[in-house]
Design a protein around this ligand. Structure first.
Ligand code: BES
Ligand code: MN
Ligand code: ZN
Length: 489
């Protein structure tokens, strides 16, 4: 499993710059005096730095963006990268500057001169996230990443602050790897094994097998997986870093390792994307990994329902009626609305067993949320305003888009079935809210709950500030912050 890139922190050594091989990145802002490092580089390059920073082109850069000077005279470095960043800036811009530096990575190494900048640790975080690359299935020579050194005035203090960020980056990267992995490799078995391996970090991990799920009465979840060669599983990950009597926060993730639609099969075009239909489970796993790595002082339980939705002689049919663990029956009108069936049983089990203080579920649940919100915001549904506001604030602070969507009786009405307690679909209009209404039937009265529909945000077709195209790991940062700010005394 690839880890985030390693970053070393060293005391600023201006005399080392002249012989520095690889690349050098330095921060500057047109409105401010050059830093000592930039001044030294300017002297060595006979004024090239000051001229570039004073240029119109540099002035047009947005904060956090950069400009290259290739093969600069007077330096051994192969390139000098000037990154626009003022001394006073915000976290998002500092992360962006780090991400810009990540694009200057070279096999010969990169030295980022952050000097006395107060947000150097955030730069390291942005650099680590943007340097991510998913390469396990690329054959041929792999270019070594090259070492990355951040030169700062207080290396111990910055390294300590950056260690917190490194725990988050590792959770994000873990989630991305799971989402990027194709379904012939990331089977339910392989997924569960990767989660079980997190026991090394101090998480308690249990794997519930099909016979356990059958005994628990999880007929809705089992129905989804019954057409697959890969057995359905529920994995329970517990992190107990808080007081023994503190009720846990529960995170539940949809882990459909591949969604063909089942007998209600999807069209061929774009179906390969459904390898990301375990994005909710990946984010839950990423958060749990981060909590363990940073020894969070909170009690959190992560549960994921791992299934594969396949058409087969034994697959569930449209019209089948299944019985949930709660006891309610569901008429499966469309086998492609499978995520809610999986979540219904895991949500019920989680509340039944752990008596949590709140429940957050994440799922690549509906195409309708993409129609409504596009790819920059996850649909956020909740029955509890203050819980929801706390999450939205955490997401905003981390730069992860989240937008509240409506729930309510009207959507729930759409789930009437002639022969069972409910159907699993209720027409196209407001489809994301109808799906939320279905889930809410499996939330106990009074239980604070947030449902995050991440169908649009889990995977990106284009490069983003902090991630290359592909899996984003959306939600790991926001949930980690929510827990840090709201659950750790
Ligand atoms: N996994 C899909 C939702 C999805 C769509 C995720 C696009 C990511 C990108 C989900 O299981 C699904 O198929 N939903 C159906 C529900 C419908 C049958 C009510 C949908 O959105 O079309
Ligand atoms: Mn589906
Ligand atoms: Zn699905």
């Amino acid at each position: 499993m690839p880890h985030p890139i390693r970053i070393d922190f060293a005391a600023t050594d201006l005399d080392a710059l002249v012989t520095c091989s690889g690349r050098i990145a330095v921060l500057a802002d047109p409105g401010q005096a050059l830093s000592p490092g930039a001044r030294r580089l300017d002297r060595l390059t006979k004024g090239a730095v000051a001229r570039a920073v004073g240029s119109d082109a540099f002035g047009r850069l947005k904060p956090g963006e950069g400009m290259d000077l290739a093969y600069p005279t007077g330096l051994s470095a192969e390139a000098l990268h000037l990154i626009r960043l003022a001394k006073k800036t915000d976290i998002a811009t500092a992360r962006k500057a780090g991400a810009t530096a990540a694009r200057a990575l070279s096999p010969q190494g990169l030295t980022l001169l952050a000097e006395g900048h107060g947000l150097a640790a955030e730069m390291a975080f942005g650099l680590a996230l943007r340097a991510y690359d998913f390469t396990p299935h690329k054959t041929g020579e792999k270019k070594p990443a090259g070492s990355v050194t951040l030169m700062v005035s207080t290396p111990e203090a910055v390294a300590a602050a950056a260690a917190q960020g490194a725990a988050v980056a590792e959770g994000v990267v873990f989630a991305r790897d799971l989402v990027n992995e194709p379904a012939n490799i990331l089977t339910t078995h392989d997924f569960a094994a990767r989660l079980a391996a997190m026991q090394e970090l101090g998480l308690e991990v249990e794997i519930l097998e099909e016979e356990d799920l059958f005994r628990l009465g999880m007929g809705a979840l089992l129905g989804v997986g019954q057409g697959s060669e890969s057995p359905s599983k529920v994995v329970v990950m517990q992190w107990r870093g808080g007081a023994a009597d503190q009720a846990p926060l529960v995170l539940v993730g949809k882990g459909v390792v591949f969604d063909t639609g089942g007998i209600s099969i999807k069209p061929a075009g774009g179906m390969e994307e459904m390898t990301m239909d375990m994005g909710g489970a990946a984010t839950v796993a990423g958060v749990m990994r981060t909590l363990a790595l940073r020894q969070a002082k909170a009690n959190v339980v992560g549960l994921v329902g791992l299934v594969e939705n396949m058409p087969d002689g034994r697959a569930q049919r449209p019209g089948d009626v299944v019985r949930t663990m709660k006891g309610d029956t569901v008429e499966v009108i469309n086998t492609d609305a499978e995520g809610r069936l999986v979540l219904a049983d895991v949500l019920w089990y989680a509340q039944d067993r752990f008596k949590p203080s709140g429940v957050i579920n994440l799922a690549t649940l509906t195409g309708a949320i993409i129609v409504a919100l596009g790819h920059d915001f996850a649909g956020t549904f909740s029955n509890d305003d203050s819980f929801c506001d706390a999450f939205l604030a955490a997401a905003k602070a981390e730069g992860e888009g989240a937008w509240r969507m409506p729930i309510g009786e009207g959507f729930d009405q759409r789930l009437k079935s002639r022969i069972a307690d409910m159907t699993n679909v209720g027409g196209r209009d407001g489809g994301a809210s109808v799906a939320a209404a279905f889930l809410q039937r499996f939330i106990r009265p009074g239980m604070p709950w947030i449902h995050l529909d991440i169908a649009g945000t889990a995977l990106s077709k284009k490069d983003q500030t902090l991630s290359p195209k592909g899996a984003t790991g959306w939600g790991v940062m926001a949930l980690n912050r929510l827990i840090r700010d709201g659950y750790e005394a």
